[in-house]
Design a protein around this ligand. Sequence first.
Ligand SMILES: *Cc1c(COP(=O)(O)O)cnc(C)c1O
Length: 401
Amino acid sequence: MNARLPLDQIRQDTPGVDHVLHFNNAGAALPPRVVLSTVVEHLEREATVGGYEAAAEAAERLEAVYGSLARLIAAEPHEMAVVENATRAWDMAVYGYPFSEGDRVLTSRAEYASNVIALLQLQKRHGIETVLIEDDEHGQIDLENLEAELARGAAMVALTHAPTNGGLINPVEEVGALCKHYGVFYVLDACQSAGQAPIDVGRIGCDVLSGTGRKYLRGPRGTGFLYAGPRALELIEPPFLDLHAATWTTDTTYEIRSGARRFENWEANYAGKLGLGAAVDYALELGVDATCERLCELADSLRQALGGLEGVSVHDKGQVRGGIVTFTVDGMDSADVKAQLSAQHINTTTSPAGHARLDLGRRGLDSLVRASVHYYNTSDEVARFAAAVDRLKGSRNETAP
Ligand SMILES: *Cc1c(COP(=O)(O)O)cnc(C)c1O
């Protein structure tokens, strides 16, 4: 295990670890104390001096959130927008893209449900065509198939870095190199990878990247962010504007704001925004390289432990795997596994096929149990978890007719 991380301090910083064995970090991770106190203190200031006045007091810290987010993904502060969640961030860019009829959007089997639904709506609205790039033998996006489709012509590649329903980490830099070669606009959903894996938008070569606060970044719920690079800022008008995204210049004219904040709206959750900044600063202080290494080791050991249990199957794909571990227990519903673990204060969730139709549907999987680990989890928790899953099977066998 990674010796560079101060694990005792990290556990002390995380009040939730005393109450739950939390393997639902891909749903919403337990926040560190500093995130909690940042949010609560700002809400208290709002109640004490007034909401606008509290924001004015915190102006510098609010501004610094853009710098922190930019550092996290090696971007510039003016390329960052803070929005409600990753879905809305992605939507603002993709719904704003100037599509023409017949434009081809290339996507993969790992694509997030909300993104696919949006592309289906855009298909109806603008006559775009969504082209599914097949997986390679490792279960990640097939680069040869991608290149062949890029060569036929495409307007956009929309890719998910790490899907919601498995350990796969897609080869985003290789995809970026191909997009660059063919001059194709590249939208990356980094919702599960932000805070989990190191991200450098320059190396990846994406034009747009979306992320959320509550997952691997350990920030507050209802926070997300958008990166819009130079090409995105040149090409994309937000699908809707308000007096924050644009200036009303004369009775009949307006001017869209320069920079990525055109994708924000005026009213926002200021406490959440400060909490998001605190979460990013905490991640940067520990170092995402080091935390990624540790959480990947924990996830690998969990896959091994579960894979060694009779009647348990691990379903993660990909050559490179992250913190999300998915499995099924023979003869048991995933919802039932989740419920029985939950009764023992063990948090997981389920990934139903409806959230990942292009992937789980094809593999004939109705639903998986998702156990997602973070760097603050421990080897002891991994062992306790595997033992609890093993006991579930025991109880099932005893009650079987
Ligand atoms: C959770 C998730 C999203 C959506 O994020 P929100 O913040 O809930 O909008 C998008 N993509 C992936 C891969 C996700 O796992």
